[in-house]
Write a protein that binds this ligand. Structure first.
Ligand code: GRF
Length: 226
């Protein structure tokens, strides 16, 4: 047996941050386990949630093998007694340290409903010339169209007012500006006149589940990791 056979390639460690149902996380889990894997030579090494009740955590325990998880909730963190003052900024420092402790090769925000501060990003990307652990985010809108929360209902409302012709979904690099990073993948989604929000959301989520995997694959390929 050649030495390479006895040393299988190191799996890419994908660390996912969530806050909710985790349907995008599930798409990523499935993409590493499918035959052939849409995300080869990779695994979801750890999932971090800022909400203890996120169903995405249950998805991790149901996964085979189960995926390690951590919870760091801002309100709980701020309410815990501490010898030093606890602020949103120290929370982000704690979050950055937790993320780094999982040794990620790629960090994916999949429905993570917490705005990461410059402090967090500076800790993740300490030196301008050091190799940066890529951080990518999924956002259910076109670049610059509906940054921030409630992007889908805002797009539908704008469509009904004749302000936009459609909407979309993107995977982008995470930078200080919320949802402002360089897009990696953008997919337009048409809005059907008179359609209900639920129908549009359903179609958008379907596209999300596709492009979050494709976006991750592109970044890993760019890194030469697949
Ligand atoms: C997705 O629409 C995501 O873009 C938005 O929140 C939703 C998360 O869905 N930020 P899930 O938790 O992945 O099911």
């Amino acid at each position: 047996m050649s030495s390479s056979d006895s040393n299988p390639p190191k799996l890419n460690r994908i660390v996912v941050l969530i806050s909710g149902g985790g349907s995008n996380l599930q798409a990523l889990i499935d993409s590493t386990l499918s035959t052939p894997p849409a995300l080869p030579n990779s695994h979801i090494a750890h999932v971090i949630s800022n909400r203890s009740k996120a169903y995405g955590l249950t998805r991790c325990s149901l996964s085979s093998p189960p995926i390690p998880t951590s919870i760091l909730n801002l309100k709980t963190y701020l309410s815990q007694p501490s010898s030093t003052p606890r602020t949103r900024e120290t929370y982000d420092i704690e979050l950055a340290s937790l993320v780094l402790s999982t040794s990620p090769d790629l960090i994916i925000l999949a429905g993570f409903m917490h705005i990461l501060s410059p402090t967090f990003l500076a800790l993740l990307h300490p030196q301008p010339d050091s190799p940066k652990i890529p951080i990518i985010n999924l956002h259910p809108a076109l670049p610059g169209a509906f940054d921030g929360a409630n992007a889908i209902p805002r797009a539908l409302d704008a469509f009904e007012k004749g302000e936009v012709k459609g909407t979309g979904v993107m995977v982008h690099r995470v930078v200080e500006e919320v949802d402002g990073g360089e897009p990696i993948l953008v997919r337009e989604v048409e809005i059907v006149k008179g359609e209900k929000l639920e129908t549009l959301e359903e179609r958008i989520h379907k596209v999300e589940h596709e492009i979050i995997v494709e976006g991750a694959r592109r970044v890993l390929k760019e890194m030469g990791r697949i």
